[in-house]
Each structure stands twice: as C-alpha cells, then as structure tokens.
Design a binder for this molecule. Sequence first.
Ligand code: GLN
Length: 534
Amino acid sequence: MSTTKYIFVTGGVASSLGKGIISASLAKLLQARGFKVTIQKLDPYLNVDPGTLNPYEHGECYVTDDGAETDLDLGHYERFLGVPTSQANNVTTGRIYQSVIDKERRGDFLGKTVQIIPHITDEIKRRVKILGKQGQYDFVITEIGGTVGDIESLPYIESVRQLRYELGTQNSLVVHLTLVPYLNASGELKTKPTQHSVKVLLENGVQPDILVLRTEHELSDDIKRKVALFCNVANDSVIQSIDVSTIYEVPLKMQEQKLDEVALQKLGIQVKKDVKIKPWKDFVQKVKNPQKRVKIGLVGKYVELPDAYKSIAEAFVHAGAVNSVKVDLEYIHSEELTADTVTDKLKDLKGVLVAPGFGSRGISGKLEAVKFARENNIPFLGICLGMQCAVIEFARNVLNYSDANSVEMSRTTTKPVIDLMEEQKGVTEMGGTMRLGSYPCEIQKNSYAYDAYGVVNIDERHRHRYEFNNKFINQFAEGGMKSTGINPDTGLVEIVEIPSHKWFVGVQFHPEYKSTVLNPHPLFVAFVRAAAEE
Ligand code: GLN
C-alpha cells in the first residue's frame, strides 16, 4: 500500500472493556489479509514508563526486545500478531512531557510560551506518525488508554481530532469501544451510556466511524440500529463484542461481523476474499477442546491480581494447546507457604512455576515451593527471581550453605550466590536501570533447555539487576545443579538445571514475553509436556 493508514481505538463508559484485545483482533484480521500492521498504546499517566509501577497498579510490566518497559497490552499485540514491538509502541504522558520539557530547556522553542496545544499535541502526533514514517506498515493502530471524558485523555483525543483533519478521512479511522450494560431487574440492555460517551467524543470534535459494543447478551438488530441512528454511524458499523471463553476467539467474532471489511471499505481499500486465518482457528479449536487437564501452580506474591502474571498465564494457554491439554493455573500466594503448609497446598500439582518478582516479601514461601518441587520430582520452572530462588534453595539445602542468599535480600550474606552485577553497583536511580531487553544465550547440548529449543543459540528478554554469582559455578555443578545456558559475551549464567530431576529448569530471562499464539514458547511447551506426562 502506498500510504500508511491510521486507526485510532478509543474507549468510553468504563475502563477494562478490552480495547487492547479489540485493537489486536482488528490488527490480526488485517494481517490475515496480507497487510503489515503495528499497534501502539498511548497511556495517559505521568510515569515515564510503567517500569516503576507496582504490579498491583496496572498489572505486569511487559518488556520488548529493545528493552522498553511497557504496558501489558503490548504483550497482547505481540501474542496476536507475532511481530515484535519496540519503545515506539508505548508512549506515556510522562514521556511526552519529558521530551517537550527537554526541548524547552534546550531553547528549541525560541522564546515561545510552551502550551498543551500545540506543543504537547504536536509531540503526541509526532509519536503516532513515527511508526508510519518507518514505511514498513500499511496500518498503524493506536490505542488511546483511559476513557473519553477523563481530564488526562483530553490532549490525546485532541491529537486524534487534528490527525484526522491532517490525514483526511480516507487515511484515518476511529473505532470507539463502549459498554452496553444489562439491567437484570428490568431485563433490558441499555444504550444510553454509549450515546453519552459518543456525545463526549463529539464535543471534542471526533466522530467515531465504528462502534464496538461490549455486552454480556446478544444485541438485537433493533438495538444496533438505534445506536447507529443516535451516534451518527452506519448500520453495518455497530459491532457487538460479546463475552467469550477465550480472548483468542475475539478476532473470529469480529470477523463474523466484518469489522475488518467495514474498516477497509471506509478507508477506500478493496476488500479481497483471501484471508489466512486457518492456523488461528485451529489454535482456538484446540484451546476449546483439550484432551486432558493438568494443574500447575504459579507461586508469586502478586497473585491477588492475575494481570500481574499476564504473559505467563497466556504462555500456558499457547503451550497447553500444542500439547492438547488445558493448563489449570492455580495462583498460590508465596506468603501463605511455610514448611507446615507447603505439602497441603502443592500436593495436587503436576508442575510448579516460581514467578518473577522484587524484594524480600514472600521469599521464604518461594524457597519452600522450590524445595517441595525438587524433593518430590515435580516438574519445575523458575523465572528470573524464581530461578534465583532455585539457586538459593539448592545452595542452602543441598550444598549446605545455610547462609546462602541473594544480595537483594541480604547485604551481609557470606554466600552471595546471587549478586549484583558489577555495572549495577553505582546505580541509584530506579527507572530504566536494570538489565533490560534481549540478550543472547548459548545452550549446552544434553540439557532440558536444548531438548526444548532444539538449537544452541537463542535470544531472550531480561528485566533484573541481580545475577548468578559465577564464583560458585563449580560447587553447584559438583552438587548436581548445572548451568546449561551462558551469555556468550559476558559469561553470565542464564539457565540452571538439575539433570537428575524429572524436569527442573530455572531461567534468568523471561521466556513468557516471547510466547505467541502461533509460536508457543519452547520452554513452556516442554514444561507442560513434562507436567502432563503420567
Ligand atoms: N529481583 C530480581 C532482580 O532484580 C529478579 C527480578 C525479576 O524477577 N524480574 O534481579
């Protein structure tokens, strides 16, 4: 396609309606028609990135290849499209203001008063258009975080208004997602909140082209026509998004109602018949019809909010489908695990995953979980802090280093088996200062990791400050825990395994970030296979 087309996805009525999934679904359908698509998220909060946010606030922090700490919606984008995202795909108000203020300090505005309009909106528009300028995409889909009417969202909606004017209606499109609530008492579906939400958009100068209505019940044609009439959109442009059992069914539901075709027609693009969606359909079939179930425990301290482990949960869906099993993921609070409770809480599990995390809260419970899995030959996967816990547990209980610890938990340990990296020692700022993004790893043949990946050289994403301390590498190997993956450039240990165990793997990196629907992550696939084996 000669010019890049821009699609904006806004939301109204309530948050958490699934704008990210709708954006990713539309992107998937366009991709299935042979178009090149990328998705971007604009977040209205003032943090420069979500890296400094507690997972309880916005859920998991997702990390891209280029080391950007981003919103978890980028995880959905990658899982749906199978195309890597980057720093440019997630922009926050904090980052926008930071660049504008940096420019002001440099004197770039030549004495002018710096204002939200035009300076902040110009910066927002620049960030949207950067992706289109790269020339590699037919479509840039931009999801605007928050809900219309929020004070924080205003500059973004104003930027959408200006962009529509500048780009023209043939090159841009607005999809607005709202909620149609069901009133149990009267048995009615209510469209008024949607009408109000569209009015707010109109007050801000933006007329949506397509409305996607989130609902728990089927919307009749009458209701859709009513919404179309009151909101100034064509009848075929009111699309229902009904609750489904798996988010991966949403693209298929959207396709049934021709969301992609309506979007293409509005953008003046010829709608061809050829849609390559079969592998996706096969995947959804497998997710919905598992041949058996397997219970795996996820031990972490943020389990009250499952979004804190979004990518891990999704990686299990992908890996389950390949193995024709459904993984019943049981979230287990690490603070509830003690020597007394651990057996009771973990005895029914076929696999144990100890999750990533920061700080000492909940560590003793994680160590109990590792010990239980190790001693009872239960397949085990430790990710990042989970791998570090596996190392500490092994040092304490097998090598008999009773004082072994990570320097993160104890500055004074005499056996710092997990230590601060040299280059981290002088760092005092928290934001963006960890080992972040993609690093190479060389895998030793004759290991669980090699069996899973089937190749020697891999790249995986990182987000941590502490590392396995190589001073102890020989003691661990002699004791029965081997380093089977090493960073070829730095010698840092990236994978540890216990070869005498059924399946025991700890990884310093985050495999979950790279698992996608059509490319499930090999370590998760192997872990689920081991857990499902009788
Ligand atoms: N807190 C550990 C570190 O910084 C692990 C981080 C993580 O699990 N992502 O090294």
